[in-house]
Design a protein around this ligand. Structure first.
Ligand SMILES: Cc1cc2nc3c(=O)[nH]c(=O)nc-3n(C[C@H](O)[C@H](O)[C@H](O)COP(=O)(O)O)c2cc1C
Length: 298
């Protein structure tokens, strides 16, 4: 089967998950193209359009933003070529495993259906938060290893055509609709971004912004426009940690995650009760599924 996975990733988590998923599908004999949606606006570039038209199965991958798909993912879905009943699947990453995250794809599924694609399965993986708070190295490592163990199982299910859609979330559609204000709120907040005196004018943020929203003026000043997706790439990848993210300044997660298992024994990370339960449930269910698969093989 020819599979095209179109993905957006602000800080690399979704790209990593997409890459692992593609590897697992290739190991099952499929041909997979991973297509980044960086820089894609209201028109689909010819290269991506061609790949999508010629694939047998379309994948769309995104990081969950405010219990929704980011604005560029919805824009992308609106300008897809007619799917004519083609099957599709969704990959998503989230910073925590709360069930409301399942509602993030409802709008996307609707748009895909309108363009003639039938979403039969979706898979969500917990990856470290790139906003709000920083996960510990131990937790980050655990999340990555869990995703890497689940992905081959999910890819095998997808390859066999086993459908998998989450149970409906009560009031999920309404909550996601209301929280989609993040799309325009993010654009407004983007105009409030600035850099501190630590900035060395290396231009990394300008080059890497997925919407071309950052420019360097002749005098070296960094200016932010109104097309921000709140993806956090500029803030996380700045070598001097000089980007201030407007009103979200207290939620900034400094620097990229190393995803290395570090030798030191760090104290266990503490969360509030709801999150602790949600993470434990996520890891427990993942372990159960992995064990069941192992048992069925032996
Ligand atoms: C603006 C914004 C909003 C977010 N909202 C949520 C959310 O509603 N639920 C959640 O679990 N994670 C949320 N996250 C965390 C990301 O989904 C998570 O860190 C993701 O793995 C980032 O993927 P990326 O590195 O591919 O961008 C949010 C992150 C950002 C930047």
């Amino acid at each position: 089967m020819r599979i095209a996975i179109c993905y957006f990733s602000g800080t690399g988590n979704t790209r990593r998950v997409t890459g692992e998923f593609a590897k697992a599908l290739e190991a099952l004999g499929h041909t997979v193209s991973e297509l980044s949606l960086d820089g894609v606006g209201d028109d689909l570039p010819d290269g991506i359009g061609k790949e999508v038209k010629s694939c047998d199965l379309l994948g769309v991958a995104y990081p969950i933003h405010a219990f929704n798909a980011p604005a560029n993912i919805l824009r992308f879905a609106r300008c897809l070529p007619a799917g004519e009943g083609r099957p599709a699947f969704i990959l998503k990453t989230s910073g925590e495993p709360l069930r409301l995250n399942d509602a993030s794809s409802l709008k996307l599924i609707k748009l895909l259906r309108r363009r003639g694609y039938e979403v039969r399965s979706e898979y969500r993986y917990c990856m470290p938060y790139n906003i709000l708070f920083r996960h510990s190295d131990g937790m980050t490592w655990r999340m990555l290893k869990t995703a890497e163990s689940l992905i081959p199982l999910d890819a095998a299910e997808l390859s066999q055509g086993v459908p998998r859609l989450p149970r409906p979330v009560p009031f999920g559609s309404l909550a996601a609709f209301l929280l989609r204000c993040e799309h325009w709120g993010g654009r407004l907040n983007g105009r409030l971004y600035s850099v501190t005196g630590e900035c060395v004018h290396c231009g990394k943020c300008v080059r890497e912004c997925p919407t071309g929203n950052i420019r360097m003026e002749k005098d070296g000043k960094i200016k932010f426009g109104g097309k921000c997706l709140v993806c956090m790439r500029c803030a996380q990848s700045c070598p001097k940690d000089a980007v201030k993210i407007g009103l979200f300044v207290n939620w900034k997660v400094n620097g990229a995650y190393s995803f290395q298992r570090l030798p030191s024994k760090e104290p266990e990370q503490r969360y509030n009760k709801l999150l602790t339960q949600a993470y434990e449930r996520y890891f427990r269910e993942a372990e159960r599924r992995i064990d069941q698969t192992k048992e069925s093989i032996t």
